[in-house]
Design a protein around this ligand. Structure first.
Ligand code: PNS
Length: 161
Protein backbone atom coordinates (compact mmCIF):
# COMPACT_ATOMS: atom_id res chain seq x y z
CA UNK A 1 0.00 0.00 0.00
CA UNK A 2 1.50 3.41 -0.93
CA UNK A 3 1.82 5.84 1.96
CA UNK A 4 -0.16 8.90 0.91
CA UNK A 5 -0.01 12.36 2.51
CA UNK A 6 -2.05 15.47 1.85
CA UNK A 7 -0.47 18.92 2.07
CA UNK A 8 -3.48 21.27 2.23
CA UNK A 9 -3.70 25.03 2.11
CA UNK A 10 -5.02 28.11 0.38
CA UNK A 11 -1.69 28.53 -1.48
CA UNK A 12 -2.76 32.04 -2.46
CA UNK A 13 -0.03 32.11 -3.75
CA UNK A 14 2.34 29.21 -3.06
CA UNK A 15 5.49 30.41 -1.24
CA UNK A 16 8.99 29.02 -0.69
CA UNK A 17 7.80 27.96 2.75
CA UNK A 18 5.05 25.81 1.21
CA UNK A 19 7.45 24.38 -1.34
CA UNK A 20 9.86 23.39 1.43
CA UNK A 21 7.08 21.47 3.22
CA UNK A 22 6.01 19.75 -0.03
CA UNK A 23 9.61 18.81 -0.77
CA UNK A 24 10.19 17.39 2.69
CA UNK A 25 6.88 15.47 2.64
CA UNK A 26 7.95 13.97 -0.70
CA UNK A 27 11.00 12.45 1.00
CA UNK A 28 8.85 10.66 3.57
CA UNK A 29 5.73 9.55 1.63
CA UNK A 30 5.19 7.61 -1.60
CA UNK A 31 2.51 10.00 -2.82
CA UNK A 32 1.89 13.63 -1.86
CA UNK A 33 -1.34 15.39 -2.77
CA UNK A 34 -1.08 19.17 -2.69
CA UNK A 35 -4.69 20.21 -2.15
CA UNK A 36 -5.82 23.77 -2.76
CA UNK A 37 -8.81 24.63 -0.63
CA UNK A 38 -11.13 27.57 -1.10
CA UNK A 39 -11.61 29.31 2.25
CA UNK A 40 -14.85 31.35 2.08
CA UNK A 41 -13.68 33.44 5.06
CA UNK A 42 -10.67 34.69 3.11
CA UNK A 43 -10.75 37.17 0.24
CA UNK A 44 -9.16 35.37 -2.73
CA UNK A 45 -6.14 36.96 -4.39
CA UNK A 46 -5.79 34.40 -7.22
CA UNK A 47 -8.46 32.06 -8.62
CA UNK A 48 -7.99 28.43 -7.57
CA UNK A 49 -7.00 27.15 -11.08
CA UNK A 50 -4.21 29.78 -11.22
CA UNK A 51 -2.98 28.73 -7.77
CA UNK A 52 -2.89 25.10 -8.95
CA UNK A 53 -1.00 26.03 -12.13
CA UNK A 54 1.58 27.98 -10.11
CA UNK A 55 2.07 25.05 -7.72
CA UNK A 56 2.57 22.75 -10.70
CA UNK A 57 5.16 25.05 -12.29
CA UNK A 58 6.94 25.58 -8.97
CA UNK A 59 7.18 21.83 -8.34
CA UNK A 60 8.54 21.29 -11.88
CA UNK A 61 11.15 24.01 -11.35
CA UNK A 62 12.20 22.57 -7.98
CA UNK A 63 12.61 19.10 -9.58
CA UNK A 64 11.20 17.43 -6.51
CA UNK A 65 11.85 13.74 -6.59
CA UNK A 66 10.96 10.91 -4.27
CA UNK A 67 7.19 10.81 -4.23
CA UNK A 68 4.52 11.04 -6.90
CA UNK A 69 3.05 14.50 -6.50
CA UNK A 70 -0.55 15.27 -7.40
CA UNK A 71 -2.21 18.67 -7.35
CA UNK A 72 -5.92 18.92 -6.64
CA UNK A 73 -8.52 21.30 -5.31
CA UNK A 74 -11.20 20.68 -2.74
CA UNK A 75 -14.09 22.95 -1.85
CA UNK A 76 -16.96 20.53 -1.55
CA UNK A 77 -16.64 19.57 2.09
CA UNK A 78 -14.34 18.36 4.78
CA UNK A 79 -10.69 17.89 3.98
CA UNK A 80 -10.83 14.46 5.63
CA UNK A 81 -13.43 13.45 2.99
CA UNK A 82 -10.77 14.13 0.36
CA UNK A 83 -8.26 12.13 2.43
CA UNK A 84 -10.62 9.17 2.64
CA UNK A 85 -11.41 9.39 -1.07
CA UNK A 86 -7.73 9.03 -2.02
CA UNK A 87 -6.65 6.77 0.87
CA UNK A 88 -4.49 9.36 2.67
CA UNK A 89 -4.05 8.85 6.41
CA UNK A 90 -1.83 11.86 7.07
CA UNK A 91 -1.99 15.64 6.66
CA UNK A 92 1.31 17.53 6.57
CA UNK A 93 1.42 21.18 7.57
CA UNK A 94 4.08 23.78 8.26
CA UNK A 95 4.13 25.52 11.64
CA UNK A 96 5.98 28.85 11.74
CA UNK A 97 4.92 30.21 15.12
CA UNK A 98 2.89 29.67 18.27
CA UNK A 99 0.02 31.46 16.49
CA UNK A 100 0.10 28.81 13.74
CA UNK A 101 0.16 26.09 16.39
CA UNK A 102 -2.86 27.58 18.18
CA UNK A 103 -4.77 27.77 14.89
CA UNK A 104 -3.81 24.26 13.80
CA UNK A 105 -4.23 22.36 17.09
CA UNK A 106 -8.06 22.19 17.13
CA UNK A 107 -8.18 21.32 13.41
CA UNK A 108 -5.71 18.51 13.97
CA UNK A 109 -7.81 17.08 16.84
CA UNK A 110 -11.07 17.39 14.88
CA UNK A 111 -9.58 15.76 11.77
CA UNK A 112 -8.34 12.84 13.88
CA UNK A 113 -11.70 12.50 15.61
CA UNK A 114 -13.67 12.73 12.38
CA UNK A 115 -11.73 10.21 10.35
CA UNK A 116 -8.59 9.03 12.14
CA UNK A 117 -6.48 11.31 9.92
CA UNK A 118 -3.25 12.29 11.70
CA UNK A 119 -1.51 15.64 11.22
CA UNK A 120 2.27 15.90 11.04
CA UNK A 121 3.67 19.37 11.67
CA UNK A 122 6.96 20.45 10.13
CA UNK A 123 9.04 23.36 11.40
CA UNK A 124 10.14 25.67 8.63
CA UNK A 125 13.63 26.22 7.43
CA UNK A 126 14.70 29.34 9.44
CA UNK A 127 15.06 31.33 6.23
CA UNK A 128 11.38 30.75 5.46
CA UNK A 129 10.06 31.22 8.98
CA UNK A 130 8.68 34.71 8.28
CA UNK A 131 7.26 33.95 4.83
CA UNK A 132 3.49 33.83 4.36
CA UNK A 133 1.08 34.17 1.45
CA UNK A 134 -0.49 37.24 3.08
CA UNK A 135 2.92 38.95 3.26
CA UNK A 136 3.55 38.10 -0.41
CA UNK A 137 0.13 39.43 -1.42
CA UNK A 138 0.71 42.68 0.42
CA UNK A 139 4.22 43.27 -0.94
CA UNK A 140 3.06 42.35 -4.45
CA UNK A 141 0.01 44.63 -4.38
CA UNK A 142 2.16 47.54 -3.18
CA UNK A 143 4.70 46.99 -5.95
CA UNK A 144 7.56 45.51 -3.88
CA UNK A 145 9.96 42.68 -4.76
CA UNK A 146 8.49 39.33 -3.78
CA UNK A 147 11.20 37.20 -5.41
CA UNK A 148 12.94 36.26 -2.09
CA UNK A 149 9.72 34.67 -0.81
CA UNK A 150 8.22 32.74 -3.72
CA UNK A 151 9.27 30.20 -6.37
CA UNK A 152 10.52 31.81 -9.57
CA UNK A 153 7.33 30.86 -11.47
CA UNK A 154 5.24 32.80 -8.96
CA UNK A 155 7.52 35.85 -8.98
CA UNK A 156 7.42 35.96 -12.80
CA UNK A 157 3.65 35.52 -12.87
CA UNK A 158 2.96 38.23 -10.29
CA UNK A 159 5.43 40.68 -11.83
CA UNK A 160 3.67 40.33 -15.21
CA UNK A 161 0.22 40.66 -13.70
O1 PNS B 1 -3.52 27.92 3.98
P1 PNS B 1 -4.61 27.97 5.01
O2 PNS B 1 -5.73 28.89 4.56
O3 PNS B 1 -4.11 28.30 6.38
O4 PNS B 1 -5.22 26.48 5.06
C1 PNS B 1 -6.25 26.17 5.96
C2 PNS B 1 -6.85 24.81 5.64
C3 PNS B 1 -7.16 24.68 4.18
C4 PNS B 1 -5.86 23.74 5.99
C5 PNS B 1 -8.14 24.66 6.46
O5 PNS B 1 -8.96 25.77 6.20
C6 PNS B 1 -8.92 23.40 6.15
O6 PNS B 1 -8.53 22.34 6.57
N1 PNS B 1 -10.03 23.54 5.40
C7 PNS B 1 -10.84 22.43 4.95
C8 PNS B 1 -12.23 22.42 5.58
C9 PNS B 1 -12.30 21.43 6.72
O7 PNS B 1 -12.07 20.24 6.56
N2 PNS B 1 -12.62 21.95 7.92
C10 PNS B 1 -12.68 21.16 9.13
C11 PNS B 1 -11.30 20.93 9.71
S1 PNS B 1 -11.33 21.27 11.33
Amino acid sequence: MPRIAVVPGSFDPVTLGHLDVIQRAARIFDEVHVVVTHNPDKHAFLPVPEREALIERSIEEARIDGATIRIANWSMGLLVDYCQQVGAEVLVKGIRSSTDLQYETPMSIVNRNLAGVETIFMLPDPENAHVSSSLVRQVSELGGDISPYVPRAVATFLQQR
